[in-house]
Design a protein around this ligand. Structure first.
Ligand code: ADP
Length: 151
């Protein structure tokens, strides 16, 4: 059976840290679906969903086994629909761990078939966060070093 993983996130914006998790995830999975969640509690985005779909697709254009989709429903349901049995997530620090621990327990409850798999950030990307990039960009700072594509 094909191992399909869903890599869900807000990706507002998608960063080099996210790219690293996806590329490393390919060692574990046959196919990875990068899924941009919107319309949840973080519904007011800074970067448009359509722009991110375009930029993430560009980033992985050489990888036929990486897909980019959007969703606005329960992650566990979306995974089931796309026959993804794994949720891929990245961990930078204990704050990520606390959050990821809670959501993975809920996701397991909602879809017992779904296993969450966590990759520890590569050290060179550990400090990259979408929220800091948004702040820098808002005040016209250069964020190109943190993104795997040109804005
Ligand atoms: P969410 O809003 O669901 O937390 P994000 O877009 O912020 O979505 O992040 C998606 C996933 O990527 C999360 O598991 C997050 O911990 C992880 N992540 C974010 N930045 C990095 C990074 N620099 N290195 C590794 N993982 C990261």
């Amino acid at each position: 059976m094909k191992r399909i993983a869903l890599f869900p996130g807000s990706f507002d914006p998608f960063t080099k840290g996210h790219e690293d998790i996806v590329i490393r995830g390919l060692k574990l999975f046959d196919e990875i679906i990068v899924a941009i969640g919107y319309n949840s509690s973080k519904s007011r985005r800074y970067f448009e969903v359509e722009l991110m779909v375009k930029k993430i697709s560009e980033t992985f254009e050489k990888y036929p086994n990486i897909k980019v989709l959007t969703f606005s429903e329960l992650t566990a349901e979306f995974a089931k629909k796309h026959e993804a049995n794994y949720l891929l997530r990245g961990l930078r620090n204990t704050t990520d761990f606390e959050y990821e621990n809670s959501i993975s327990q809920v996701n397991r409850h909602l879809n017992p078939e779904l296993e969450s798999v966590f990759l520890i950030t590569s050290p060179q990307f550990a400090a990259i966060s979408s929220s800091i990039i948004r702040e820098v960009h808002r005040y016209d700072g250069d964020v190109s070093a943190f993104l795997p594509y040109r804005l």
